[in-house]
Each structure stands twice: as structure tokens, then as C-alpha cells.
Design a protein around this ligand. Sequence first.
Ligand code: BEZ
Length: 157
Amino acid sequence: MIKVGDEIPEADLKTMNNTQVVDINTTSIFAQKKVVLFGVPGAFTPGCTLSHLPGYVQAYDAIMSRGFDTIACVSVNDAWVMQAWAESTSAINKVLMLADGSARFARLLGLDSDLSEAGMGVRFRRFSMIVEDGVVIELNVDGHYIESTSAEATCGL
Ligand code: BEZ
């Protein structure tokens, strides 16, 4: 698993530009920026929709005032689902929604979790990290409950 002090590996993800699915590279997301990235088991799942993502949306101003450039959310879903999820949670223009549809980035980070028993296939573990200029300076991984990966706990709010 990626750890504090490691560089975020080079990877291509997908996001939406208006109605178009576009590639987005990790270098363009993280280079020369302070980013809080959190990963979730799935868009529209109850915990992620009722608590995890809204926590970051509500804390947007507080997080930005602490010098962050970007709040980003990644999940093993396609870019259209991530966009629809952002629209339904008021996350548009606040949270950069990153789609890792084939779980390649999840595996590359060692933050993948096999949820096949739940009919969900390989997904992200629930995690959060603070990344400065591409280097991980804080990493949190939660189990069942959203604790260390919440906006408040991750960003010290
Ligand atoms: C959730 O509610 O966040 C959740 C549901 C099923 C699997 C993983 C997460």
C-alpha cells in the first residue's frame, strides 16, 4: 500500500468536462498543488452519499481556506456515474470527481478491496490522503465506519 512519503504514481483517470468524458492524468492533478483526495467504495452507496462526500462539500470553504487547491474524490465507477453523483450531492465545482472504472489506480496504490461478495467487484478501500506536490504527507484508511477519512479528521477542521 502507498505510504506517507511516497509519490503518487503516474496514472490516467477519467472525469467529465461538461458532457464529455475526458482523460485526466495524476500529474496534472497533483503537481505543484496541495490536494485532499478521498476514495470511496462506490458512488451512491449509503455511507458515501449520506456522509462521506457531503462532509467534504460542506467543508469546502474551510478546506480551501487552509491552503488546499483541490478536493478530489475517486471511486471505481465510470465518469457518468461520478458526474451524476456529484450533481445529486451539490459537489459540482467543489469536488473533482475521478473515475477509476477498471480499478487500475486502486490496485496501483494498493488501496483496492475485493467486494465481490457484495456484488461490487474490486473497489477502493475507504481512504483519504493529503498530497503536496505529488507526495503523500498524510494517509488514512477506514474500515466499516467513516472516521479518520472524514473531511474534519483529514483536514484538521
Ligand atoms: C456504503 O454505504 O458506503 C457502502 C455500502 C456497501 C459497500 C461499501 C460501502
